[in-house]
Design a protein around this ligand. Structure first.
Ligand SMILES: *[C@@H]1O[C@H](CO)[C@@H](O)[C@H](O)[C@H]1NC(C)=O
Ligand SMILES: *[C@@H]1O[C@H](CO)[C@@H](O)[C@H](O)[C@H]1NC(C)=O
Ligand SMILES: *[C@@H]1O[C@H](CO)[C@@H](O)[C@H](O)[C@H]1NC(C)=O
Ligand SMILES: *[C@@H]1O[C@H](CO)[C@@H](O)[C@H](O)[C@H]1NC(C)=O
Ligand SMILES: *[C@@H]1O[C@H](CO)[C@@H](O)[C@H](O)[C@H]1NC(C)=O
Ligand SMILES: *[C@@H]1O[C@H](CO)[C@@H](O)[C@H](O)[C@H]1NC(C)=O
Length: 283
């Protein structure tokens, strides 16, 4: 029976590995030569969004540059440094093309109805200082590439339906001063030392500290944890010994069960042998 299950399991594994990622909406943008690549990226972003109030109406793919467009700000060199369209009732998806706007310093899309995932390409915006995607319907995990945003100072992802853990490689977010992850469905630990001000309320499964024992549930991480020396050193030590005790206990438990099973097996075989002998004798 076990041998028969092996090909089935392999098939299942193959199916899991080969399942396609979410299909991207078709994008009919053909780029003639000489088109400004930031125009191209912004037009793709527009095509992925639904814009009921027509606030992106003057975005036009024949423009020389996008610097006169609504919601777009440029540097003196006519490079796109800002995309600011809060509270415009935009819905649809945020296109991965945002990763091609590598001069962006500020992205404000809060208080819309955008859904789908936060594109991993956002990690290419290495000049980004402010990112606000709060109060939308973003779901899925926060892409790990966010940890590459080394200039990021202000990050708001609150009031979405994000799940999973905050990227564990977030130690590189050394300039972060403000982090709001509240009212999502995030889980796991968020290092308290990440930002001076941060908010994680409304995530039933999140932990406010690096150790699972210190999970505060719906409470924000108290700042005293990092300020109070005695507390800071005592807690991890306690949880370490606690973990060791659990590991010790379960090892002993496993060994006992193994012994018991072996004993049972021997007793059963012994008994069977005796029965056979008995049968032979009785014959
Ligand atoms: C925003 O869009 C939704 C549909 O996506 C619509 O039901 C709602 O009335 C709109 N709100 C405003 C203020 O336009
Ligand atoms: C980014 O730009 C390049 C060329 O400029 C293009 O080939 C690529 O498709 C763009 N990526 C996205 C996600 O739009
Ligand atoms: C976020 O959601 C909470 C709970 O639903 C609500 O009380 C709060 O006003 C929301 N915040 C924003 C900025 O929308
Ligand atoms: C932090 O940045 C450095 C330099 O870019 C990189 O080598 C390292 O892998 C990054 N660490 C994490 C945890 O992302
Ligand atoms: C939150 O995430 C957990 C698993 O991580 C899932 O079981 C639960 O249904 C999610 N809740 C919502 C409201 O999405
Ligand atoms: C530090 O923690 C101890 C015990 O947990 C407490 O008595 C003390 O008041 C705390 N000190 C500060 C500055 O919070």
């Amino acid at each position: 029976l076990a041998m028969e299950a092996v090909p089935l399991l392999l098939l299942l594994l193959l199916l899991l590995l080969s399942s396609p990622l979410a299909p991207a909406p078709a994008n009919g943008l053909l780029s003639p030569k000489g088109v400004n690549y930031e125009v191209q990226a912004l037009m793709t972003i527009k095509n992925y969004l639904k814009d009921p109030h027509g606030v992106l109406k003057n975005w036009d793919q024949d423009s020389v540059d996008p610097c006169s467009w609504t919601m777009v700000t440029c540097s003196q060199e006519n490079l796109v440094t800002g995309l600011e369209a809060p509270s415009q009732n935009l819905s649809g998806l945020l296109s991965p093309s945002i990763g091609n706007l590598t001069n962006l310093e500020i992205v404000l899309l809060q208080n819309n109805n955008i859904n789908g995932r936060i594109p991993a390409e956002i990690g290419r915006l290495t000049k980004l200082r402010t990112l606000d995607l709060s109060s939308n319907h973003f779901s899925g995990e926060i892409p790990g590439s966010v940890s590459r945003l080394r200039d990021l100072q202000y990050l708001r992802l609150n009031n979405n339906t994000l799940s999973g853990a905050f990227p564990s490689s977030s130690a590189n977010l050394s300039h972060l001063v403000f982090l709001d992850l509240s009212y999502n469905n995030l889980s796991g630990p968020v290092p308290g030392s990440l930002a001076r001000t941060f908010n994680i309320v409304g995530n039933p499964l999140i932990c406010g500290a690096a150790t699972e024992q210190d999970c505060y549930g719906t409470l924000p991480m108290p700042m005293s944890y990092s300020l109070n020396n005695t507390q800071g050193t005592v807690l991890p030590a306690k949880s370490k010994s606690h973990k060791a005790a659990i590991a010790f206990g379960s090892t002993i438990g496993c060994i006992s069960i193994l012994f018991l099973l072996t004993g049972l097996l021997f007793w059963w075989r012994h008994r069977k042998n005796r029965q056979i002998l008995f049968d032979v004798d009785g014959k």
